[in-house]
Ligand binder design. Structure first.
Ligand code: ATP
Length: 132
């Protein structure tokens, strides 16, 4: 049994989290999964959503995760995310603007509009706003 569990959350821009945790709950592409220390090794992709964890003091923390990958080892969870923000770092006005832009594009259905791109932009904004 592993002694401790560490969580690393990194994006191409920066490291967001690097600390000891009690439990991690992540948005796997096949559904949410929880990890305690000693978990079996596995790899999975992640969808847009919320990553929750309890820090070493037992306090619940929340992060927005813009998809990516998770590597689970018995003593470490590594999350490689396209982008991610801690709840306190989410800019509500920015997310609202992104949501409005995406909704407008989806409603207009103009020729050449990239529907899938607008859909995921909307999903990102909605999930960010859910956390505030
Ligand atoms: P926008 O259209 O506002 O740029 P987006 O969903 O396209 O939003 P991303 O591609 O996910 O943005 O992220 C680009 C960078 O901006 C990342 O570093 C991400 O953490 C940051 N970011 C995006 N939206 C927000 C937000 N609402 N609050 C804080 N940081 C954000």
């Amino acid at each position: 049994m592993a002694e401790k569990l560490f969580l690393e959350v990194v994006t191409p821009q920066k490291a967001i989290v690097s600390e000891e945790v009690e439990i991690v709950i992540a948005p796997g592409s096949e559904g949410e999964f929880g990890v305690l220390k000693g978990h079996t090794t596995f790899l999975t992709s992640l969808k847009i959503g919320t990553l929750r964890y309890k820090d070493a003091k037992g306090k619940e923390r929340y992060l927005f995760i813009n998809g990516g990958f998770a590597e689970v080892l018995p003593d470490k969870v590594t999350i490689l995310a396209e982008s991610a923000e801690r709840r306190r770092d989410i800019d509500v006005e920015r997310a609202k603007r992104a949501k409005e832009r995406a909704e407008k594009r989806l409603a207009e259905k103009s020729e050449g509009m990239d529907f899938a791109r607008a859909e995921v932009a909307l999903q990102r904004a909605v999930h960010r706003l859910k956390l505030k």
